[in-house]
Design a protein around this ligand. Structure first.
Ligand code: GAP
Length: 510
């Protein structure tokens, strides 16, 4: 097992041990790829969601919110193309009986070549130092060129096969690349088949086809079908956006890597309605804005990258992913799509209702074009966890696990810890709680040694601990301990609200 595998395993265990994430219905041995969020998980998830909402709705006068229902009229999914085209190509290994996404098997091979090139660049940087010219190296190094040629070749064939819907060609590519089952090593594959990802269920008591409805596989359609309602009630003019956070469901063929790919998940989506012909400029705008948001979550420049789609979804004319480097490699966290006027036009046709905008400057009615930003809340959670989890060796020979979360995301902002359970210290600590609890999520803890209590807060990612000791009773000061440096300062109690508010604020980030 690689170091990165070990690290990921430790992160998953940490999430369980410290009340962030539990397997669903665990007392019945769990349900595959379904998870529950515990006391600290829900706080962290809520903080990420709030940060998205603030960045999108609160800071943009021309974006408004919506909360549409999960159940929608079945024709929605016919119109949107999901009934006919929301498929993944799946393949089974005949020996291991394991099922895989054919596209993911091929993309994993491409990613290996990319990683090889990244390593070549790192090595060369070390060799040449300041004199290193990366652009020239990428354009001339024979190993890089050979790997790049291989990548282009694979992607070219894959794109052609996808565009033609040629499942035999996809299978042939898997055979030609000698892809083996990652579990058993076997190359004994079935044919590739298409598999629709929507969950169907029945509405009401009659179980016939006319009552079949779907659990929404994306929140976006709730926005499209409400386009006119929002336009007519919000005084918005084009360009404007509608934002929504909510659950989506996909019957994923391969749900793995913890909460990275699950069958029930949450999306934070925004559809931005623009004039036809202006969509590419808005696409570039949102591409840049969304990358800024991810950086504000504390992800370093080298942890994020854009990845253009080889084949766009059935509704898009341009698409890019923002990828994060998880311990298991660079993977999609957000999709940005130029969805043209596909969805609104389809809903016009299927509903018989005009979904148009009258543009007073052009004196013209039209179906707006749409640029969409769509980020997974759970995936962002996982990225934040992976980015923050640290196992540190301390100077005194001990070690600690610390979640170096950006303070504004931390589930608990301040741990309030009376040094002892006597002498009036708990009562004084309760006074400190009252001073801060209306503005911040706090954690009161008087059990165990102070060292153990600090470690517990470090593991939860709490940026500050306040310790109330005997000196507090004399001069109304406390010690304020910083999670990252572990340094402690003596602070007057009445200064605490200002200091904590400054630390956990988010204003400077956007
Ligand atoms: N409305 C566009 C749309 O749904 P997508 O690229 O299929 O686009 C957007 O999904 C985001 O939703 C992804 O970037 C990912 O973060 C998240 N997502 C998609 N499927 C997921 C799954 N099975 N589990 C967790 N998150 C998922």
């Amino acid at each position: 097992m690689s170091q990165q595998d070990d690290l990921f395993k430790n992160i998953v265990s940490h999430c369980k041990e410290y009340g962030f994430i539990f397997p669903s219905s665990e007392i019945y041995d769990g349900l595959g790829a379904v998870y529950d969020y515990g006391p600290y998980g829900i706080e962290l998830k809520k903080n990420i969601q709030d940060f998205w909402w603030k960045a999108m709705v609160q800071l943009n006068e021309n974006i408004v919110g919506l909360d549409s229902a999960i159940f929608m009229h079945p024709t929605t999914w016919k119109a949107s193309g999901h009934v006919d085209a929301f498929n993944d190509p799946l393949i089974d290994n005949k020996d291991s009986k394991k099922r895989y996404r054919a596209d993911v098997l091929i993309e994993d091979v491409v990613e290996k070549y990319r990683q090889k090139n990244a390593k070549e660049v790192e090595k060369a940087k070390g060799r040449f130092g300041d004199a290193f010219d990366e652009t020239q190296f990428l354009a001339t190094n024979p190993n890089i060129l050979r790997n790049q040629q291989k990548i282009d070749e694979i992607e070219g064939k894959f794109k052609t096969a996808l565009e033609a819907g040629d499942l035999e060609a996809i299978k042939q590519l898997i055979v030609d690349l000698e892809i083996a089952d990652p579990v058993s090593g076997s190359k004994n594959w079935t044919d590739v088949r298409q598999f629709n990802l929507m969950f169907a269920t029945q509405l009401g008591s009659l179980a016939d086809d006319s009552n079949t409805i779907y659990l929404r596989p994306e929140t976006a359609q709730g926005i499209f079908v409400n386009f006119l309602n929002v336009l007519n009630t919000s005084r918005q003019r084009i360009p404007f956006g509608i934002a929504q956070v909510g659950k989506a469901f996909r019957n994923e063929i391969v749900a793995r890597q913890f909460i990275f790919r699950t069958r029930e998940f949450e999306q934070m989506e925004m559809q931005f309605f623009v004039r036809p012909g202006e969509e590419m400029q808005w696409y570039e705008h949102w591409k840049a804005e969304r990358l800024k948001w991810h950086k504000a979550l504390g992800f370093g420049e080298n942890k994020l990258r854009y990845h253009d789609h080889l084949k766009t979804a059935h509704y898009a004319n341009a698409a890019v992913d923002i990828e994060f480097e998880f311990p298991f490699g660079f993977k999609e966290m957000e999709g940005i799509h130029s969805r043209t006027n596909y969805d609104l036009t389809q809903h016009e046709e299927h509903s018989g209702k005009k979904l148009r905008y009258f543009d007073p400057e052009l004196n013209q009615h039209y179906v707006p074009y749409v640029v969409e930003t769509s980020v997974g809340l759970n995936r962002t959670f996982l990225a934040v966890m992976c980015n923050s989890y640290k196992e540190e060796a301390l100077e005194n020979g001990e070690s600690r696990v610390v979640l170096a979360l950006p303070a504004f995301l931390a589930p608990i902002k301040v741990g309030v810890l009376p040094l002892m359970k006597k002498d009036g210290l708990p009562e004084k600590a309760r006074e400190v709680m009252s001073l801060l609890k209306f503005d911040h999520q706090l954690f009161y803890d008087e059990k165990d040694s102070i060292g153990k209590r600090y470690r517990r807060q470090d593991a939860l990612g709490t940026p500050y601990c306040i310790t109330i000791d005997h000196q507090t009773l004399e001069d109304n000061t406390v010690t304020l301990r910083d999670r990252d440096t572990m340094a402690q300062e003596r602070i007057a109690i009445d200064k605490l609200p200002e200091i904590v508010a400054k630390k956990v604020g988010w204003k400077h980030l956007l």
